[in-house]
Design a binder for this molecule. Structure first.
Ligand code: C2E
Ligand code: MG
Ligand code: MG
Ligand code: MG
Length: 275
């Protein structure tokens, strides 16, 4: 009986595995031509400042539409990372977003761009950023790169130097998905970072879970102490906004204020709203 069960489990396991491999292979294949086939485009999600009640920036998010279906970046970014395609795609995202958003951005607003681990780890990453800024004429002080805690944890010394160089260029750095990784406080203090993005996971139950609320309050306090601004990700309800305001969070980003939008739709977004 045990043997039978074992066999069934093994079968189940190999089927699940090969299905996953097949799917991964299909993604790889599709992704390698997605750029050339014009299947990739960018959307931008407004970030709303709670002190000034104004849009303070936009986060760039990648979209892949293949045969009419939208494939989630959560599914294909890891594949792009594994295959190394992220290097080419990442560079395209930087150039494209800067060109598209430059005419639209107001002087005090920033453009956020997600940088994946492998992209950040390239030895010449800083030179690439410098290059793109020169090529597009985009003001360095309006660019905010989003990196995750993992990048910091993996190679602290190297990260420290890179972030310092980027800061010297005038570029800003945010730690994305903050709270889900393992940032040590002493390390965080010595990095040239200017903002923390609280992961959506902590915001989801902000209104009805005291533990999560305390965690969010702690992250906001940490930001204040380290002189970093704090933005909450994935804000979906008025109640959450109310809590974030009362906790003195600097800014919010989420469906409650606006979904990520295509460039054409951005002009219709109200710049100032009081809620
Ligand atoms: P992220 O950088 O943390 O981006 C935030 C994600 O939350 C986005 O998902 C956004 O659409 C979603 N979001 C924003 N507000 C809400 C909300 O109120 N409710 C809900 N349910 N979701 C909300 P998206 O666009 O699917 O991207 C997922 C992840 O994929 C990103 O997480 C980022 O890690 C990665 N990604 C997306 N675009 C890029 C890119 O251009 N380059 C790189 N390297 N990674 C990207
Ligand atoms: Mg992000
Ligand atoms: Mg995030
Ligand atoms: Mg993320």
């Amino acid at each position: 009986r045990a043997k039978q069960l074992g066999k069934a489990q093994f079968q189940f396991y190999t089927e699940a595995l090969s299905e996953r491999l097949l799917r991964q292979f299909q993604l790889e294949l599709g992704l390698s031509s997605a750029l050339k086939q014009n299947e990739l485009h960018l959307v931008y999600q407004p970030q709303f400042n709670l002190t000034h009640n104004k849009i303070e920036g936009y986060e760039t998010l990648l979209r892949w539409v293949k045969d009419g279906n939208v494939i989630s970046p959560a599914d294909f970014i890891p594949v792009a990372e594994q295959t190394g395609l992220i290097i080419e795609i990442g560079r395209w995202i930087l150039v494209k977003s800067m060109i598209e958003m430059r005419p639209l951005l107001q002087a005090q607003q920033k453009l956020g761009v997600n940088i994946s681990l492998r992209q950040f780890q390239q030895p010449d990453f800083v030179a690439q950023i410098e290059d793109v800024l020169r090529q597009t004429g985009f003001p360095a002080a309006q660019l905010e790169l989003e990196i995750t805690e993992t990048a910091v944890a993996l190679d602290f010394e190297e990260t420290c130097i890179k972030l310092q160089k980027l800061r010297q260029l005038g570029v800003f750095i945010a730690i994305d998905d903050f709270g889900t990784g393992y940032s040590s406080l002493s390390r965080l203090r010595s990095l040239a970072v200017s903002r923390l993005k609280i992961d959506k996971a902590f915001i989801d139950r902000l209104a009805d879970n005291e533990v999560d609320r305390n965690l969010v309050a702690t992250i906001i306090a940490l930001g204040k102490n380290l002189n970093l601004s704090v933005i909450a990700e994935g804000v979906e309800s008025e109640e959450q906004v109310m809590w974030l305001r009362s906790l003195a969070c600097d800014a919010i980003q989420g469906f409650y204020f606006s979904r990520p939008l295509r460039l054409e739709a951005l002009e219709d977004v109200k710049q100032t709203i009081s809620f």
